[in-house]
Design a protein around this ligand. Structure first.
Ligand code: ZN
Length: 568
């Protein structure tokens, strides 16, 4: 779910970070004080490979690469064939794939969402005013007479003394939630939830997880473009049609009957009917001690669900290391996209996902080829094309919960999602800068190219939580997530912002994210050189970069390292 960023801050010179093994642990005598920057001969990384693989994956023939469709079969076959040709080894024993059991649920025959109890009943139209799905494997979803409650930002953060559900039992009720964090409009990074930067509490995934933990029957997030950082068109195309979920088996996590979104206009109408005002409620919700507000309305709707269980696949290849083959450096990229989606005006209904993420998947193949050509590194280099990222990082969560290579022996890695196709840039954008000692590897690799780091220009969009590295980070594995630069050689930041704006508004998660024969690949080739250097440096080093002091993922890493007999 990565997108381009509209606005970039000034480049940031990084303080020399202390780097050694996980410094909370007895570090082996390695400490790469000076990082060897690998030379990349020209032609070592094949432009033809990334171009051809991107073009193929983004072609109509692959039908938008929806998990569990012919698009998946073609994608798995192509990646397996290219990993083999690159002379990688199968990454899962003798198999090139890891099965990811999923269930596809497709809602249909939606009744309007009706709100009754004050004045004339309100009937909201599916798709136009609201969208909703169930995560439960039930043939029919029926929400009846469910009391409506406004729960502000829907956050329960004991460590911050913040609970938007305090004092109200919402079991069986329908909660109305605001997206992002209460302090998302802050100028800087100061505030109870990190100011402008979105925390995981701001993500729609967290909102639904918490509503389910609270026992709500349904949860509706109010869509507002600014705090969400995308338009209703994205919500509508992502939340209608087939949706994929993990097969939870015997002990599923708590789940509501229905999760969905409601437009700002529809929310204002419903709140007004309850004698409330969205702006006044939002103001109250941004204040510590906010109390949930019962709206005196009852919600009802129903729809049928087509259920289909199937296994999707992560594709995994490895270049075994020479001296420390049981230490692993990861490269990840999701191969999936939305398949067929809401048609464009010209009737085109294939969401080709050229930039998102045919480019990143093709980069995986080009890097695998280049590393194999260069020969084994000290540690093993792993290449994982993940499934079902668009459905909630499902392939990555499945891998992180069922790792083929022990996480404590996984040094770290880099995730590639939606490469920048706007031409060469003086910088790269580091999402999650300052989280781990991997930054030092990035800094060194960039210096070799005379490029600089730009911090995430839009921390309020929560991009660190929106792609596959997050599923691994949540299990403690240090992961880098870099995006293309904004300061273009041709046209500077203004040009970079214009390309980003066009992508976000006209192509992201729509039928027009298509392959363009006119693309200038020199920018991506420079980024590939950076990814190559990063992977090689990590795989040649003896160190175990850790999360920085105070980072949300450091504790879980140290626990994992302590519990492991070898590795970090
Ligand atoms: Zn993506």
């Amino acid at each position: 779910m990565a997108t381009f960023r509209p606005l970039a801050l000034a480049a940031l010179a990084l303080p020399a970070l202390l780097l050694g093994a996980c410094d909370a642990l007895p570090a082996p005598a390695s400490a790469d004080a000076a990082l060897d920057i690998p030379e990349v001969e020209s032609g070592a990384i094949s432009e033809a490979t990334i171009k051809d693989v991107t073009r193929l994956l983004a072609s109509d023939e692959f039908e938008g690469r929806m998990p569990g469709t012919i698009g998946e079969e073609k994608t798995i076959a192509l990646l397996t064939e290219r990993f083999k040709a690159a002379r990688l080894k199968p990454g899962n024993g003798n198999s090139w794939v890891q099965e990811v059991p999923l269930v596809e649920i497709t809602g249909k025959d939606y009744a309007p969402l009706t709100l009754t109890g004050k004045g004339a009943p309100i009937a909201l139209q599916f798709g136009k005013d609201w969208v909703g799905v169930t995560y439960r494997e039930e043939a029919r979803t029926t929400l009846k007479d469910s009391e409506l409650v406004f729960v502000g930002y829907g956050i329960n953060a004991p460590e911050k003394g913040w609970n938007d559900y305090a004092g109200l039992d919402v079991r069986g009720k329908t909660v109305v939630i605001l997206v992002n964090d209460p302090d998302w409009q802050a100028e800087g990074l100061e505030g109870p939830f990190g100011g402008k930067a979105m925390t995981y509490y701001g993500r729609w995934t967290y909102k639904f997880e918490e509503a389910a933990r609270q026992g709500a029957a349904a949860a509706l997030i109010v869509h507002q473009s600014a705090p969400a950082s995308y338009g209703w068109n994205v919500v509508e195309s992502s939340w209608t049609g087939p949706q994929a979920y993990p097969q939870y088996g015997a002990n599923p996590p708590p789940r509501t009957q229905m999760n969905g979104w409601i437009t700002e206009a529809a929310a204002r109408k419903v709140l007004a009917a309850a004698g409330q005002d969205l702006d006044a409620l939002t103001k109250a919700a941004q204040t510590k001690g906010f109390k949930p507000v019962s709206l005196g309305l009852a919600a009802a709707t129903s729809f049928a669900n087509d259920l289909r269980r199937f296994s999707s696949h992560n594709v995994i290849g490895i270049l075994p290391g020479s001296e420390a083959p049981d230490e692993y450096v990861l490269h990840t990229a999701h191969w999936d996209h939305l398949g067929r989606c809401t048609p464009a005006r010209d009737g085109d209904d294939i969401c080709n996902g050229a930039i998102d993420n045919a480019t990143g998947t093709a980069a995986l193949v080009a890097l695998a080829e280049a590393h194999a050509k260069a020969g084994p590194a000290r540690r093993s280099l792993v290449f994982i094309a993940l499934t079902a990222e668009e459905s909630g990082l499902l392939g990555a969560y499945h891998y992180a919960a069922n790792p083929i290579f022990p996480l404590a022996q996984t040094v770290g890695g880099v995730n590639m999602d939606a490469l920048q196709m706007a031409g060469p840039a003086r910088d790269v954008t580091a999402i999650g800068l300052g989280k781990s000692a991997l930054d030092r590897f990035l800094e060194a690799a960039l210096k070799a190219d005379g490029r600089v780091i730009t911090p995430d220009p839009k921390p309020e969009a929560g991009y660190y939580y929106r792609s596959d590295h997050f599923a691994l980070a949540k299990r403690g594995v240090p992961m880098l997530y870099i995006d293309g630069g904004q300061d273009l050689i041709e046209g500077g930041r203004a040009a970079g912002e214009a390309v980003a704006k066009d992508y976000t508004e006209n192509r992201y998660h729509g039928p027009k994210d298509e392959f363009d024969e006119a693309w200038d690949w020199s920018g991506v080739m420079a980024d590939l050189q950076l990814y190559y250097r990063l992977g090689r440096m990590l795989a040649m080093s003896t160190s175990w970069p850790n999360w920085n002091e105070g980072d949300e993922f450091r504790a879980i890493r140290e626990q994992a390292c302590q519990a492991a007999s070898k590795g970090c």
